[in-house]
Ligand binder design. Structure first.
Ligand code: FPP
Length: 234
């Protein structure tokens, strides 16, 4: 990397292009997700080695249930394998959190998610947030419902509704995203981190997620470092 690097505190990644990667090789789509999951693990460790505090990855959206059952089951099974292998690799200094609505998941998967969130990983360097059954709009609806409930119960008044009181009720417990990376050539947000991306820098890359390397990640950080973030000021 070049010398004038500004490390973002929170990076979001839309892990896109798994299906196209598999198709190009005449493989089933789930083969792309499998490779994608390996790249996710490698990228998490790279973030830890660089000292990035928060990494949020988009693994399964509230819209992804529309995909064929075989594909949905494939992604959930990859999640199971990852969470089981994580147990053996304790103390990697990577904490795992899930954002999204956990209610529809099978009990065994919920238990694995719970175990991962409570695992002892030693001193935490990087917190990886996995967005699973996540939608940015759903996250805001969830926060609004929570506020409405508190108002109904007399715990909050109308004047207590602020940007902070909404932020506090989001699934994501991180600061806002500084940088959002989307590989695969698509240039849209697809309902990812809507609230948290108000001032994010976006880096779109042509590589498909299963081909994404640590060097690609470094290139995105270099691009981010060149940007001049003004947060609405001059
Ligand atoms: C988008 O690519 C990718 C997904 C909907 C699934 C991403 C899931 C993983 C990388 C595995 C998750 C597992 C862990 C352990 C985090 P796409 O299928 O829409 O690709 P396409 O646009 O080329 O069809």
């Amino acid at each position: 990397m070049t010398d004038k690097i500004i490390l973002p505190e929170h990076v979001g990644i839309i892990m896109d292009g798994n299906g196209r990667w598999a198709k190009k090789r005449g493989l089933p789509r789930n083969a792309g997700h499998k490779k994608g999951a390996e790249v996710f693990e490698k990228t998490s460790r790279h973030c830890r080695d660089l000292g990035i505090k928060y990494l949020t990855v988009y693994a399964f959206s509230t819209e992804n249930w529309k995909r064929p059952k075989e594909e949905v089951d494939g992604v959930m099974n990859l999640m199971r394998s990852y969470l089981k292998s994580m147990k053996k690799a304790a103390n990697e200094h990577i904490a795992v959190r899930f954002i999204g609505d956990k209610t529809p998941f099978d009990d065994d998967l919920k238990a694995l998610m719970d175990e991962a969130e409570n695992a002892d990983v030693g001193e935490v360097i990087t917190t990886v947030q996995i967005a699973l059954n996540y939608g940015g709009r759903d996250e805001i609806v969830h926060a609004v419902k929570d506020i409405a409930k508190d108002i109904k119960e007399g715990k909050l008044s109308l004047d207590d509704i602020t940007e902070d009181s909404i932020s506090e009720r989001l699934y994501s417990e991180t600061p806002e995203a500084d940088l959002i990376i989307r590989p695969s050539g698509e240039e849209r947000l697809s309902n990812f981190l809507l609230w948290e991306s108000a001032y994010s820098e976006f880096v779109f890359m042509d590589v498909l997620w299963p081909d994404f390397t640590n060097e690609d990640f470094d290139k995105a950080i270099e691009e981010y470092s060149r940007r001049n973030r003004r947060f609405g000021g001059i």
